[in-house]
Design a protein around this ligand. Structure first.
Ligand code: SF4
Length: 272
């Protein structure tokens, strides 16, 4: 695994899903450490929708899942994506891509010098390429800050599902999106912290994906049993408490009625 802020070496990744209400683990899936987070995601989500009949309004995911295909497929399923934001890595050019304005109507980009970049081709990876006019760029005062290309042509790329990414960004910045994303910290982050601290998730006990999958399933089962037991206990406790509370209230009501009907009785009772 080679990731910023992560240790280097041989690792497995546990792709885990929890429900937003009770924090029960609904899926745990192991991949090798070199598999990108976004790769198994949609297949795992579909499996849960089919198996458990879930009908989620939205999903909260960390920045590793913020890709155009995930945004597109979630919106196609009518599930609101709330995804973490990761700053794009910048190249050597001080002029950034965000300074190029996209014109949706005629499908072009306008550069900071006012030149229009027009669509040329789409790559196999699904990126549309917009090219500038090299002769105009050659005499542009911003050339050295804009591109290092030898033929002085600037190329901007845009994924075919970039609009879905922009929509996901809008959702993330909405009040609702902020609440959903904050809920992640209380659910999935805690679930992983509990697994690491109490269920041996820091280290793989065996070698091989199937064995590690078994370890993750066992940890998830143990965590769910604990969570269900606590929920049931609290449910019974509160039911008992409310029953008691209701009984006292009914007694007080009868007592109050007696007071209204027969003040003498009330006076007599209170003096006992
Ligand atoms: S180098 Fe070309 S694309 Fe870049 S700002 Fe100048 S004219 Fe625009």
């Amino acid at each position: 695994m080679h990731r910023e802020g992560k240790p280097k070496g041989f690792f497995y990744l546990d792709h885990r899903t929890v429900d937003g209400k009770h924090n029960l683990i609904t899926d745990t899936y192991v991949t090798a450490g070199n598999i990108h987070d976004s790769q198994p995601y949609m297949a795992r989500l579909k499996r849960q929708l089919e198996r458990f009949g879930f009908n989620p309004v939205g999903v909260g995911l960390d920045a590793g899942y913020f890709t155009a295909p995930i945004c597109h497929l979630l919106l196609a399923e009518q599930i609101y994506p709330v995804l973490g934001y990761r700053r794009p890595t910048h190249g050597a050019n001080p002029i950034r891509k965000k300074q190029f304005i996209y014109n949706g109507q005629n499908d072009t980009y306008t550069c900071p010098n006012g030149q229009t970049l027009i669509y040329k081709t789409t790559s196999r990876e699904g990126y549309r390429h917009y090219h500038s006019d090299a002769t105009t760029c050659k005499i542009c005062p911003l050339l050295s800050q804009c591109t290092q290309s030898k033929n002085t042509q600037k190329v901007i790329t845009r994924h075919i599902w970039e609009a879905d990414k922009e929509k996901a960004n809008e959702i993330r910045l909405s009040q609702w999106g902020k609440k959903v994303y904050a809920r992640r910290k209380e659910t999935i982050e805690r679930s992983f912290a509990d697994a690491k601290q109490h269920h041996g998730h820091r280290y793989a006990r065996f070698r091989g994906r199937a064995q590690v999958q078994m370890q993750c399933l066992l940890a998830a089962t143990a965590q769910n049993i604990k969570k269900i037991a606590i929920k049931l206990f609290l449910l019974r406790f509160f039911r008992l408490f409310f029953n008691l509370f209701n009984k006292i209230q009914i007694k007080n009501l009868i007592y109050g009625l007696n007071k209204k009907i027969n003040p003498e009785l009330y006076r007599g009772l209170s003096s006992i």
